[in-house]
Design a protein around this ligand. Structure first.
Ligand code: NAI
Ligand code: MG
Length: 510
C-alpha cells in the first residue's frame, strides 16, 4: 500500500506568482555578508545559489563567506566586544535593544515566515506560528535577562590566612566572541537560540547559517541593522561547513562555539575547539521514542504520535521517530498513524493547506530514501509510504515501518525525514530499556493517563526532555538539549544564558 500522489503532482511546486512583493524585493536585492554593520562582498567574490525545495528552482544567489571573511567578521566581533558602546552599555539598554529587535521581527513576521517557507520547504503557516512566533518569544525572554544576571556573595573563612579578613563575591561576565553554526531545519528559530542568549549575556556574535537556508539569517541581519545595535555585535556570514564553518570553529580569537546539527559535525567542532579551548555548546541528533501505553485515549495518542514524527517532515532533532505501543493497542495505533500519513496534504510551503512539504535538499531526500530502501531490503514492512515522489521537488512519502528488528539502520540511526518505526511492548521496564537503546538521548514522550506510569518511567529515560501527552513542545523558558551523543549543554531558559557567561571570583583582603 502506498500514498497516491498523482492528484497532487501539479501542485507540488510553489507558484512564483504567489510570492509577496516584500519577499520578491528581498530575493532580488543583492545578498552580501553582514560584517561590522556593513553589507560586504566576500573577499573571494564567490557566491552560491539558494534553491526552492518544492521545485529545485534557483531563487537567490548569496555571497559565500570563507576563511578570510570569517577572520574579518571575528575581528569585527572582537572590536565590538571590547568597545565601550557595547561592553559598558547599561543592562536596561541592552534589554531595550533586544526588545527592539523582537519588535522588528514581529512587524515583519509574515515576510520572514514566507521567506523561511520558500527557502526550507516548510509550510508558511508553521513557519509563522512555530518558527517565527517562538523566535520572537525567545528574543523577548532573553531581553529580560540583562537586568537579572547576578553573582553571589561568598562567606569566606579564609583558612589560608586566618588572621586576615576577606570580602568574597562572584561576578558573571560575558564569555566574549561567540561563533554560532546552525542547521537548516528551523533556520530563523535556531538563530534565536544562539543570538538571543549571546546578546543577553553581552557577547558579540558571528553567525554562520546553513548553506541550504541562508535567507532568513540575512533578513535578521537587515533587522539588526535597523534596530541600532553597535557595529560588529552581530555579524552574519553565510558559507559552507568545511570552509566557513571549519574556520569559525577553529578560530583562535573565538571564545565560544555553539552548534546545532549532526553528531558527526558536532564531533569535528568539539575537536576544532580544543585549539584555544573554546567553550562549546552542541545540540545534535536524536532518535526519540514516543511511548504509548494501553490506557490512552486512542484519538489523542494517534494524533500525537503522528505529529511527533511528521511535524516539519520529520526534519526535527527531537522527532518521535521510534514509536513504541503497548501490544494491547499496537494494531489500532499503527493503523491510526498510517491513516493520518495517508491523509496528509502534501504540497509546497507557500500553499497554506500544506501539511507535509518537500525535504530541504536533494541530498537530504537521497539520505532519507537510502534509509527507506535499506529498511525494506532488511525485511521491514512499510504499512504506508516507502517511496520518493517523481517530481522536481524533494518530496518523500510519509512512511510507517513495522516488523523491524533492533539491528536495522532504520531503528538505530537518525533518518531526519518523515519515517517512523513502530514496535510493540508489554511492560514498563522493557520499554524503558529499548527506549534508551542507541547513542542519542535528546527527548522522549510518554502517552498515558496513569500518573504512576509517568513517574515510574520518566526517571528511567536518558533524555534531555520528557514530554507527557504531548511531543515537540518547546518553550523559551525550558532548557532543551541532549543526554549522551545528543549534545553538550542546553538551549533556551536560564541554563542557556549561563552558557554564555564566565564566572569571576573576587577575593578582597580588607
Ligand atoms: P551538518 O551537521 O553537516 O550541518 C549543520 C551545519 O554545520 C551547517 O551550517 C554546516 O555548514 C555546518 N558544518 C558542516 N560541516 C562542518 C564542519 N566541518 N565544520 C563546521 N561546520 C560545519 O548537517 P547536514 O549535513 O545538513 O545533515 C546531516 C544529518 O545531520 C541530517 O540527516 C540529520 O540526521 C542531522 N541533522 C541534525 C540536526 C539537528 O537539529 N540536530 C539538524 C540538521 C541535521
Ligand atoms: Mg553535512
Amino acid at each position: 500500500m502506498s500514498v497516491s500522489v498523482e492528484s497532487h503532482v501539479s501542485r507540488l511546486a510553489n507558484d512564483p506568482g504567489s510570492i509577496s512583493d516584500e519577499v520578491n524585493a528581498f530575493l532580488a536585492s543583492s545578498k552580501k555578508l553582514f560584517i561590522n554593520g556593513e553589507w560586504v562582498d566576500s573577499r573571494s567574490g564567490k557566491t552560491f545559489d539558494v534553491n526552492d525545495p518544492s521545485s529545485d528552482r534557483v531563487i537567490a544567489s548569496v555571497a559565500e563567506g570563507q576563511a578570510e571573511d570569517i577572520d574579518h567578521a571575528v575581528a569585527a566581533a572582537r572590536q565590538a566586544f571590547e568597545d565601550s558602546e557595547w561592553s559598558r552599555m547599561k543592562p536596561v539598554d541592552r534589554e531595550r535593544l533586544i526588545h527592539r529587535l523582537a519588535d522588528l521581527i514581529e512587524e515583519h513576521a509574515d515576510t520572514i515566515a514566507e521567506l523561511e517557507a520558500l527557502d526550507n520547504g516548510k509550510s508558511v503557516v508553521i513557519a509563522r506560528h512555530v518558527d517565527v512566533k517562538l523566535a520572537i518569544e525567545v528574543y523577548r525572554y532573553m531581553a529580560g535577562w540583562p537586568t537579572k544576571i547576578e553573582g553571589q556573595t561568598l562567606p569566606m573563612s579564609g583558612a589560608l590566612l586566618p588572621d586576615q579578613s576577606f570580602v568574597g563575591y562572584s561576578l558573571r561576565e560575558p564569555v566574549g566572541v561567540v561563533g554560532a553554526i546552525i542547521a537548516w531545519n528551523f533556520p530563523f528559530l535556531l538563530a534565536s537560540w544562539k543570538v538571543g542568549p549571546a546578546l543577553a549575556a553581552g557577547c558579540t556574535i558571528v553567525l554562520k547559517p546553513a548553506e541550504e537556508t541562508p535567507l532568513s539569517a540575512l533578513y535578521l541581519a537587515k533587522l539588526v541593522d535597523e534596530a541600532g545595535f553597535p557595529n560588529g555585535v552581530i555579524n552574519v556570514v553565510p558559507g559552507f561547513g568545511d570552509t566557513a564553518g571549519a574556520a569559525l570553529s577553529s578560530h583562535p580569537d573565538v571564545d565560544k562555539i555553539t552548534f546545532t546539527g549532526s553528531t558527526e559535525v558536532g564531533r569535528l567542532i568539539a575537536r576544532a575547539a580544543t585549539g584555544n579551548m573554546k567553550k562549546v555548546t552542541l545540540e545534535l541528533g536524536g532518535k526519540s521514542p514516543t511511548i504509548v501505553f494501553g490506557d490512552v485515549d486512542a484519538e489523542t495518542a494517534i494524533a500525537g504520535a503522528a505529529s511527533a514524527i511528521f511535524f516539519n517532515h520529520g526534519q526535527t532533532c527531537c522527532a518521535g521517530s521510534r514509536l513504541y505501543v503497548h501490544s494491547s493497542r499496537f494494531d489500532e495505533v499503527v493503523e491510526g498513524v498510517s491513516n493520518i500519513a495517508k491523509g496528509l496534504k502534501i504540497g509546497p510551503g507557500l500553499d497554506p493547506e500544506t501539511e507535509l512539504g518537500p525535504l530541504v535538499s536533494t541530498v537530504q531526500r537521497e539520505r532519507v530514501m537510502s534509509y527507506v530502501s535499506q529498511g525494506l531490503a532488511d525485511g521491514a514492512e512499510a504499512v504506508v509510504g516507502g517511496h520518493a515522489m517523481e517530481t522536481e521537488g524533494y518530496y518523500v512519502e510519509p512512511t510507517v515501518f513495522i516488523n523491524t528488528t533492533p539491528e536495522m539502520s532504520i531503528v538505530r540511526e537518525e533518518i531526519f525525514g518523515p519515517v517512523v518505526v513502530a514496535e510493540a511492548f508489554d511492560d514498563l521496564d522493557e520499554v524503558a530499556a529499548v527506549a534508551n537503546q542507541g547513542p542519542y538521548g535528546l527527548a522522549a514522550s510518554i502517552w498515558t493517563k496513569d500518573i504512576s506510569t509517568v513517574h515510574r518511567l520518566a526517571p528511567k529515560l536518558r533524555a534531555g526532555t520528557v514530554w507527557v501527552n504531548c511531543h515537540n513542545v518547546l518553550d523559551s523558558t525550558m532548557p532543551f538539549g541532549g543526554y549522551k551523543q545528543s549534545g553538550w549543554g542546553r538551549e533556551m531558559g536560564k541554563e542557556s544564558v549561563y552558557a554564555y557567561l564566565e564566572s569571576k571570583s573576587m577575593c578582597i583582603s580588607i
